[in-house]
Write a protein that binds this ligand. Sequence first.
Ligand SMILES: Nc1ncnc2c1ncn2[C@@H]1O[C@H](COP(=O)(O)OP(=O)(O)OP(=O)(O)O)[C@@H](O)[C@H]1O
Length: 305
Amino acid sequence: MNAAPLTTDRDPDLGNARATGTVVSASHLRKAYKNKVALDDTAFEIPAGRIVGLIGPNGAGKTTALKAMLGLIPFEGHMSVLGRDPRTDRDELMRDVCFIADVAVLPRWIRVSEAIEFVAGVHPRFDRARCERFLQGTQLKPRMRVRELSKGMIVQLHLALVMAIDAKLLVLDEPTLGLDILYRKQFYQRLLEDYFDEDKTILITTHQVEEVEHILTDVMFIRDGKVVLNSEMDVVGERFTEVLVNADQAEAARALKPLDERALPFGKTVMLFDGAPREQLAGFGETRTPGLADLFVATMKGTYA
Ligand SMILES: Nc1ncnc2c1ncn2[C@@H]1O[C@H](COP(=O)(O)OP(=O)(O)OP(=O)(O)O)[C@@H](O)[C@H]1O
């Protein structure tokens, strides 16, 4: 069974008209590998000054979408990133875009000081003093080599290098994979406190939905190569409601066609509704705004069926 597709809230065809406030605008985006359509005629828009979570199950097309934005793969359709086509203007685009792909990309022999030296040499918008400030308060020392660092320490180095670059768009693909919860929390905290401002846009893909949901301003769900939800977090909170439905109200509640339901002990059922009026839902039981993780699970139901 497939969950009903959620409509996107933004009209991607308005991309050109609103170009000043739009960092990424994609429509009719399609990428087919030999045996797999990874992006299936999809569309989305990312406004400036946002922290956007791109969330989807394994194989949904997240990395492919990021690669298309960064001009790393050929694809079909329209794609504009900071007003440029990544297929033809990649070099120019890379002056304004930063990308953390994988913690493993720093060479193992390089010293912390040499990594800083290297980025300072290649990136005109790199602020060395800023990078060193980020590294204060970590266990990293200039003479340490990458091979001596733990995974979390490598992420700290990576983050310090990237946050010291004044980029308009920062793309983070699973940035906290393999890190413990302390590092993960610290990572997102620093991103929010030390990096983000209204001139910057951050795009994060992750499976750790609970950890990012409080810092996101916007969320995109991607499923089977299509963006199925693209919405501000505030709107998500208004649009979706979870109800703890009492057993005697279950049939009446079901008539309003919940997106999803799950049983709890003692005959209660949690139902998730899209767009139904809260006042009406309150008659069935206690209402609340669903967490992003529950909304994600409801939306992706049937993905592996
Ligand atoms: N180079 C490639 N050659 C063939 N198929 C590919 C290639 N890269 C990705 N795919 C396929 O395209 C689909 C989307 O992959 P993608 O890496 O974009 O997913 P994802 O959402 O990032 O997944 P995950 O969360 O598992 O990283 C998958 O079915 C994958 O097998």
